[in-house]
Design a protein around this ligand. Structure first.
Ligand code: ATP
Ligand code: FE
Length: 371
């Protein structure tokens, strides 16, 4: 099997070609970082336009890198949720057009499932059941993966995901927003004293596995105000004392943000092992999982519980087409796909987008339908 994966659910336009043997034939990502800087966040309509502008080019580049044409493909996989319809639609239309013209089946993919399953592409030993902590810009999820498409949610983000907290902290500290906030904070935190500010660990009194970063965000904002940090002054222009102060906030934020993850993982492992004593792995994926400090701290938690940590390489943790193609392959193998759409673009042909789609909720039967 050779599958093309297309991803446009958030601010990256990505495509990749992957073989069912696990070989990655190509991987292309076009990021909207410049738009983010100019407008301080991506408005849905702008994101849609940005995806539309580059989608053909990104897919073509993925095919070129793989040295293939559409006719060599076995199927097209595309993210159909959860996210904004406006963005999802760009990828889905491209998938539909490609599949229609070349008579290829389509596989609709859940974005967060893809973040989790890409770990099985990297680590062939990784069998169900396993646990996964998915940490990204819009989600914090702790799940027990019992089988393909079968997930028990142990915890989710009540207010704000961790990636959002990294991004806001970076903005308040005047970090370079031409890339996402996470890597900038990770780097600056290395210069700071993580014990210098005692932020409180979020919702520690709740003995569950849910997450909330809203309170920590507020604490960080107050800390930047009380230390007179002016986000308008880029860190590259800050005095050494000012820089030190920003680094202390970054390090203290990161320490507590990750302590929240550690505490929740400890509890989730305990719960999950009661349901599935055979679990051996905790997968950590999603953009924030590319952070080395996050990985090191979670590795400790996992080892203490005699489990093994599986973390995809950073380029497969942030949004990418490989995870979509691979998840498509996993579903295709068990016969879960839709037949090729009509070759001619037809207004009557609707593909079911799923902007709100809890992980673990069944894939709908016959996801493509004629109106
Ligand atoms: P979702 O997957 O929830 O729909 P998304 O697709 O926008 O959101 P991803 O691309 O999976 O998110 O992850 C992006 C997030 O990861 C951003 O918030 C970014 O700051 C964060 N991130 C990326 N690299 C790092 C890092 N090294 N340290 C911390 N956070 C990081
Ligand atoms: Fe993502």
């Amino acid at each position: 099997l050779i599958v093309l994966g297309i991803e446009t659910s958030c601010d990256d336009t990505a495509a990749a070609v992957v073989k069912s043997s696990g070989e990655i034939l190509s991987q292309v990502v076009s990021s909207q970082a410049d738009l983010l800087v100019r407008y301080g966040g991506v408005a849905p309509k702008m994101a849609e336009e940005a995806h539309s502008q580059v989608i053909d080019q990104v897919v073509q580049e993925a095919l070129n890198q793989a040295n293939l044409s559409e006719a060599d493909l076995s199927a097209v996989a595309v993210t159909i949720g959860p996210s904004l319809s406006l963005c999802l639609r760009v990828g889905v239309q491209k998938a539909r057009k490609t599949a229609g013209s070349f008579n290829l089946p389509i596989i609709g993919v859940h974005h967060m499932e893809a973040h989790a399953l890409v770990a099985r592409l990297m680590e062939r030993e990784l069998q169900f059941p396993f646990m996964a902590l998915l940490i990204s810009g819009g989600h914090n999820l702790l799940i027990l993966a019992q089988g393909l498409g079968q997930y028990i949610q142990l915890g989710t983000s009540i207010y704000d995901a961790i990636g959002e907290a990294y991004d806001k902290t970076a903005k308040w500290l005047g970090l370079d927003m031409r890339r996402s906030g996470g890597p900038a904070i990770e780097e600056l935190a290395r210069e700071g004293d993580a014990e210098s500010i005692k932020f409180s660990i979020p919702t520690k009194q709740h003995k569950d596995c849910n997450f909330s970063y809203a309170g920590l965000k507020t604490q960080v904002r107050l800390a930047t105000e009380s230390r007179n940090i002016n986000a308008e002054i880029p860190i590259s222009c800050a005095s050494s004392q000012d820089r030190r102060s920003r680094a202390d906030i970054a390090a203290s934020f990161q320490r507590v943000a990750v302590l929240h993850l550690e505490e929740r993982c400890e509890r989730a492992i305990e719960w999950a092992l009661k349901i599935e004593p055979s679990i051996k792995h905790l997968v950590v994926s999603g953009g924030v999982a590319s952070n080395q400090y996050v990985r090191a701290r979670l590795d400790q938690v996992v080892k203490k519980n005699s489990l093994q940590l599986v973390c995809p390489p950073p380029s497969l943790c942030t949004d990418n087409g490989v995870m979509v193609a691979w998840t498509g392959i996993e579903h295709f193998r068990v016969g879960r796909f839709d037949p090729p759409p009509p070759a001619v673009e037809s207004e009557d042909f609707v593909y079911d987008l799923r902007p709100r789609w809890p992980l673990g909720e069944e894939y709908a039967e016959g996801r493509s339908e004629a109106r």
